[in-house]
Design a protein around this ligand. Structure first.
Ligand code: ACO
Length: 321
């Protein structure tokens, strides 16, 4: 028994923010952002309705429809996010209500930009253990609310969005996974959204995303090729056997460097970072949905998904379509 993706969906807020728009807010320009990151524009929520739960529910509905199953058949909702709307309830339970998945258990998982891959691997583990049959895996973020909009080194990088897949138990296909974490490098990417405040401690200032950009860059260009190679070795396949490497969309330069290190053509590394920026845990399922809807994925195709981000965390899944 293995697991297989049978449906995909995504949702992007309609409000487009270009590099020129950001140049009106902070001291930056299109040339700097484009040449360093490949990002031309991103989507940012601009109304109160579009919270993380709403984005997630819209992507989830589309994925369930694409899978051709009823929401009542879903056993578990695994939702990856680093930008939930509140501490309680979790976003997965909000999605459960919104889409009518009345029999599903719901839980959130936070592994920053690796979140979707970690959630997909967790879904695979539940399925192969025989515990659940149909699992909705979602990556959903409103990263915009965790950004310091006066910090030009981070505010140009991120965007909001959500992507989802339905995973089901299958007797055919293959799956391999690799996951890692290094808490020693926890300070490379942080966001203390809720200041400590109790009977004995006075609340501190609200904090936003802080990033040691070069540290994260060096980590990504080394670790992603390593974990992608490891997952291919585990599956006993080579890069020639892989149709697409669906990588976390953080930065075009990171993706080009990974392509070089893996010795694969950029044709095999699809990108949409130019249009959406870094949507954290949502970037991989959004891209997967684009590939699916364009008809680029055929049954039996092997794909490697790989995420990396805060924690530090990293992971890869080798899946068969
Ligand atoms: N516009 C203009 N200038 C800028 C901007 C900007 N938006 N941002 C920074 N600069 C300036 C800096 O102030 C600095 O100026 P100085 O030399 O006068 O001090 C100069 O540009 C160079 O800054 P660096 O930080 O050295 O720029 P670098 O070449 O490293 O590029 C970048 C920065 C794009 C962030 C790069 O380090 C990177 O891509 N890192 C990886 C980031 C990433 O992918 N993060 C997401 C991880 S996933 C997750 O878990 C969320």
């Amino acid at each position: 028994m293995t697991s297989k993706i049978i449906g995909t969906g995504s949702y992007l807020p309609s409000h487009v923010v270009t590099n020129d728009d950001l140049a009106k807010v902070v001291d930056t320009d299109d040339e700097w952002i484009s040449s360093r990151t490949g990002i031309k524009e991103r989507r940012i929520v601009d109304n109160e309705k579009e919270e993380t739960a709403y984005l997630a529910s819209m992507a989830a509905k589309a994925a369930v429809e694409d899978a051709g199953i009823s929401p009542e058949e879903i056993d578990l909702i695994l939702l990856a996010t680093m930008s939930p709307d509140q501490v309680l309830p979790n976003v997965a339970c909000e999605v459960q209500e919104a889409i009518g998945a009345i029999h599903a258990v719901g839980m959130d998982l936070n592994a920053a930009c690796s979140g979707f891959v970690f959630a997909l691997n967790t879904a695979h583990a539940y399925i192969t253990a025989g515990i659940y049959k149909n699992i909705l895996v979602i990556g959903a973020e409103t990263v915009s609310k965790t950004i310091d909009w006066a910090d030009r080194s981070t505010c140009v990088l991120f965007g909001d969005g959500a992507g989802a897949v339905v995973v089901t138990a299958s007797e055919t296909g293959s799956y391999e996974m690799v996951m890692g974490a290094d808490g020693k490098k926890k300070n490379a990417l942080t966001c203390k959204c809720r200041p400590m405040n109790n009977l004995f401690l006075k609340g501190s200032e609200l904090e936003y995303i802080k990033m040691e950009g070069q540290e994260v860059f060096k980590f990504a260009v080394k670790t992603v090729p390593e974990c992608v190679t490891e997952v291919m070795e585990k599956a006993k396949v080579t890069a020639d056997d892989i149709k697409f490497f669906v990588l976390h969309q953080a930065n075009q330069r990171i993706l080009s460097s990974v392509a070089k290190r893996l010795n694969v053509s950029m044709d095999k590394i699809p990108m949409n970072v130019d249009r959406y920026g870094n949507t954290s845990s949502a970037s991989i399922p959004i891209l997967l949905d684009e590939l699916n809807k364009k008809g680029l994925l055929q049954e039996g195709d092997k794909l490697v998904l790989s995420g990396f981000g805060g924690g530090l965390t990293w992971g890869a899944s080798l899946i068969e379509w």
